[in-house]
Design a protein. Structure first.
Length: 221
């Protein structure tokens, strides 16, 4: 009688586990390769002179330390607390670290009533600001003098300047600049949600500032 070799049945579950392991190893290898040879997207970026670094303490509620793998947009917010300064809002984010309020909140930058800018989160990390876009955007919180949420002229000019610089630094356009409203439907930044024409003007002003930056860079070459 002819001898028939019995074929071993491959356990599908075992195959799935092996494939999962390979994918995990590959993903880990890619991350290591990216960090060694390309770095994080906001790494070694020189901030403008008007920005003051006052970074939050690492904590689960306002600075989780999660790395940004890419920067694909800039999200504009308003603080929703009329008359408060950039420093006051930065300190509020810092106060969340004990978890007593159960609130996750922060931003990369806060633009104040006098045009001052504080960086709270490095450009290599997430901020808790923009819901589903935390993982690939830079957030700007903006102070405002009254309940309307409209930015003062000096604050407005600084928001335009900072946003244009971010677009230039990370190779973005005004198509990549959005309101918190555009991400989640939240009424933020209030005035620029309620007045679409004002938002479109802000984007136009950012585009002009970005063009000016590119012209200056070309002239230096």
């Amino acid at each position: 009688m002819a001898y028939r070799e019995k074929r071993r049945r491959v356990n599908p579950r075992f195959v799935a586990l092996c494939l999962a392991a390979v994918l995990v190893i590959a993903a880990g290898g890619f991350c290591v390769w990216r960090m060694l040879f390309h770095g994080l997207p906001g790494e070694n970026v020189k901030l403008p002179d008007y920005v003051t670094e006052d970074q939050l303490t690492k904590n689960p509620w306002s600075r989780p330390g999660t790395e940004l793998e890419s920067i694909k947009g800039v999200v504009i917010h308003y603080v929703g607390n009329p008359g408060t300064s950039a420093e006051a809002n930065r300190n509020y984010f810092e106060s969340l670290q004990d978890g007593a309020e159960g609130i996750y909140a922060s931003a990369h930058f806060i633009v104040g009533l006098e045009g001052e800018v504080i960086q709270c989160i490095p450009l290599t990390e997430w901020a808790y600001a923009s819901n589903s876009r935390n993982e690939d955007t830079v957030s700007i919180e903006v102070c405002h003098p009254d309940e309307t949420g409209q930015f003062s002229p000096v604050t407005y000019d600084r928001v335009v300047e900072l946003t244009a610089w971010l677009c230039d630094t990370f190779d973005l356009t005004t198509a990549d600049v959005m309101r918190h409203y555009d991400v989640s439907g939240k009424d933020c930044p209030k005035y620029y949600v309620e007045h679409e024409d004002a938002w479109q003007q802000l984007l136009k002003d950012v585009d002009e500032a970005l063009t000016a930056l590119k012209v200056q860079a070309a002239q230096k070459k």
